[in-house]
Write a protein that binds this ligand. Structure first.
Ligand SMILES: *Cc1c(COP(=O)(O)O)cnc(C)c1O
Length: 394
């Protein structure tokens, strides 16, 4: 019998929904034409891209002309930061971000620092929230950009985006947010939130890989990122990824269409998982804010165990999780996010992230909880640290 897989790593990537795949297939086969050509199979593609752009624009309450398709979250983040730095570098060379951004932001900031930009990395509190007064204090006359993620990919904490947008606006500073995790999980209105640029990715919302978009508010002077043809209003050249664009729009349409009901269900399951694990597994700590949290995110640290061993043993039971972000696994450094919220190295090492989807059932979660309990106990029984601890705390 084939073992059932319980996939709980939806922050790393998601399965393409059947309806999304179905919408994409014609663009690989009969509708393969280059959208820039003039015969009708191509002209139709151009029209379909326009429709997709409109569909997407509505999901964040903007106009289609402000949506620029990219190859995903990393490209959108790189573009927002590098091109803003280039376009506004004569006005100032100071950028504010946080210590818990995705590497697509942090490593781009490293790159800009080498080019002479000065970066302020805001701290976060023990729940992963930035402090607004620290943000206000960090602002200088030469600050050109604030880039703060909407929600964190590891611990799920949702930042006070409306307040940040207001502060940015009052100070005449551009505000970019990496919304790759938040998009379609929480309502986003770029005008109400004063967001100037916003990054998303298709494969995090049950769409295809290799597609995403950057929202750029009208009037932001950002330069072209890829030079070549006139695609994306001359700001991002290259023959359009038509199947990707169609798939992304379909995924966004589905996920925003059922956002309320879907996330309500996910929150119920997530809270059930959090409550039971914290109650039934001793020496466990929830990472991230209990309430200002993505509907599908669970991140926990278990003392006296190694997250990697836990993951391998969960995998043997058919459960897919993550010990940090996919980008950090493979290295033995603990996650920069867990260190930023103040976890000591040894506790950060014993961390587990599970991210749910609308396919996750209560039965799945019950099985996961029972399995975690068994594995944590087994690993602790093999741990000399745990033995010492139990002996001194008898
Ligand atoms: C996944 C992710 C990215 C990168 O997106 P890709 O489409 O994989 O390049 C960027 N930021 C956050 C917060 C993410 O979770």
């Amino acid at each position: 019998m084939e073992k059932k897989i319980i996939y709980l790593d939806n922050a790393a990537t998601t399965a393409v929904k059947p309806a999304v795949l179905e919408a994409m297939i014609p663009y690989f086969t009969e509708k393969f034409g280059n959208p820039s050509s003039i015969y009708s199979i191509s002209a139709d593609n151009k029209k379909d891209i326009t429709e997709a752009r409109e569909t997407i624009a509505k999901t964040i309450n903007t106009e289609a002309e402000n949506i620029y398709f990219t190859a995903g979250g990393s490209e959108s983040d790189n573009w927002a930061l590098k091109a803003t730095a280039e376009a506004y570098g004569n006005k100032g060379k100071h950028i504010i971000t946080t210590k818990i951004e995705h590497h697509a932001i942090l490593h781009t900031c490293d790159y800009l620092a080498e080019k002479g930009f000065e970066i302020t990395y805001l701290d976060v509190d023990e729940n992963g929230l930035i402090k607004l007064d620290q943000l206000k204090k960090a602002i200088r006359p030469d600050t050109i950009l604030i880039s703060i993620m909407f929600a964190n990919n590891e611990i799920g904490t949702i930042q006070p985006i409306a307040e940040i947008g207001k502060i940015a606006k009052e100070n005449g500073i551009l505000f970019h947010t990496d919304a790759v995790q938040a998009y379609t999980q929480v309502p986003i209105d770029v005008d109400a939130l004063n967001i100037d640029m916003l990054s998303t990715s298709g494969h995090k919302i049950n769409g295809p890989k290799g597609i995403g978009f950057l929202y750029i508010r009208k009037g932001v002077k950002i330069h072209s990122f890829v030079h070549g043809g006139a695609q994306e209003r001359k700001r991002r050249a290259g023959t359009e990824n038509v199947p990707g664009i169609i798939g992304m729009a379909k995924a966004a349409e589905i996920a925003t269409g059922n956002m309320k009901e879907r996330t309500e269900e996910e929150i119920k399951l997530r809270d059930y998982l959090i409550d039971r694990v914290l109650l039934e597994v001793p020496y466990a700590r929830l990472n991230g804010d209990r309430y200002k949290r993505l509907p599908n995110n669970f991140n926990v640290s278990f003392q006296f165990i190694e997250g990697e061993s836990l993951l391998i043993m969960l995998d043997m039971e058919g459960i897919c999780g993550s010990s940090g972000s996919a980008c950090t696994s493979g290295s033995l450094d603990p996650s920069h996010v867990l260190l930023a919220i103040g976890l000591p190295h040894e506790i950060a090492h014993g961390s587990l992230r599970l991210t749910l989807s609308d396919e996750t059932t209560k039965e799945d979660i019950d099985f996961v909880i029972e399995t975690i309990k068994k594995i944590v106990e087994r690993l602790r029984n093999m741990s000399p640290l745990y033995e010492d601890f139990m002996n001194t705390n008898k």
